[in-house]
Ligand binder design. Structure first.
Ligand code: PMP
Length: 308
């Protein structure tokens, strides 16, 4: 069930391309010592020979916001980072792939004032299929409520996408796999539902979409935002609200949203079937609409696609 990295040829580093195997950092860089690395995960889709990156501008904006929070001034403009993403896909001759821009603190500082460590920028990309395994998008997955919870607001700034935060996500993921689940849903410190290990969450109850409010324990997902907009266009009511754990067991449908996970139906939580235990109708209709746009089968009225 664990995904292995598929190499490509080149990685963009501070304005130049270097070979994949040359993208090395020192053991004592702050990125390694303390997890000071801000990053994004972006998908590029290929359809009929045309490649398109989904919501590139929004991802780069979020990367910049992460940089502001962590007081790391990026060396390049947003436009330059966006262009680097396009160039990495093109230079590696990738088709459908996952793009990983990273802004990290390098080698230099000996302690917790990071200023002697330079800020380095990278963009890598590699092929990525369905994140939660073969058939996950069609058939759905089983998840558990994690015994690990999300960090309290104002401990780690969870709206920033920072590498260090993902230590907790890995604990959730390892526990889920060890217990025979595809992934996990985490509660926040108030005991209410927050999000998945690397995804946001939507419930369907009585024909309405519900997603946990952004309470400072979760990431402000770009796929989440996409689904809220698509639901409005599809005439499906959608509300952001507090979600109690037990609602996960009693709702009609449940799904993950995320760049890697796309729109993945959840068919059971803690081995209790969600609804009738199969991928839900509303879930699949949203997934279809999402896929039609990213795979260029439908118009792109919001200008979400950047062609490579
Ligand atoms: N929450 C977390 C913790 C994530 O890592 C991700 C993936 N970036 C998401 C939610 C979903 O965000 P997005 O839709 O922007 O990929």
């Amino acid at each position: 069930m664990a995904l292995e990295l598929q190499e490509s040829e080149f990685i963009w580093k501070d304005g130049e391309f270097i070979a994949w195997e040359d993208a090395r950092v020192h053991l004592l860089s702050l990125a390694v010592q303390f997890g000071v690395s801000l990053f994004e995960g972006i998908r590029c889709y290929e359809a009929g020979g045309r490649r398109a990156i989904f919501r590139l501008g929004a991802h780069i904006r979020r990367l910049y916001n992460s940089c502001i929070v962590y007081r790391m001034v990026p060396k390049y403009t947003r436009e330059e980072y966006a262009q680097a993403c396009v160039d990495v896909v093109a230079r590696n001759r990738l088709q459908s792939c996952y793009i990983r821009p990273m802004v990290i603190r390098g080698y230099g500082a000996a302690a917790l004032d990071p200023r002697p460590s330079p800020i380095e920028s990278y963009v890598a990309a590699w092929p990525l299929d369905t994140y939660l395994g073969k058939g996950a998008l069609e058939k759905g997955v089983g998840v558990k409520v994690s015994s690990w919870q999300r960090a309290e607001p104002n401990t780690f700034p969870m709206r920033a996408k920072a590498a260090g935060h993902y230590n907790a996500a890995m604990l959730m993921k390892m526990e889920a796999h060890a217990d025979g689940y595809a992934d996990a849903i985490a509660l926040g410190p108030n005991g209410l539902v927050s999000e998945g290990s690397g995804q946001n969450l939507f419930l369907v109850a009585d024909g309405e979409l519900i997603t946990p409010i952004l309470d400072g324990t979760s990431l402000q997902g770009i796929t989440r935002d996409t689904i809220i907009k698509l639901a409005a266009e599809m005439g499906i009511p959608c509300r952001e609200q507090l979600v109690a754990r037990e609602t996960l067991y009693t709702c009609d449908e449940l799904f993950f949203s995320g760049t890697a996970s796309e729109v993945t139906p959840i068919t059971s939580v803690d081995r209790l079937p969600v609804g009738c235990g199969t991928a839900g109708e509303i879930t699949l209709s949203i997934q279809r609409r999402f896929m039609d746009i990213v795979k260029q089968r439908a118009e792109d009225p919001h200008g979400w696609l950047t062609h490579v």
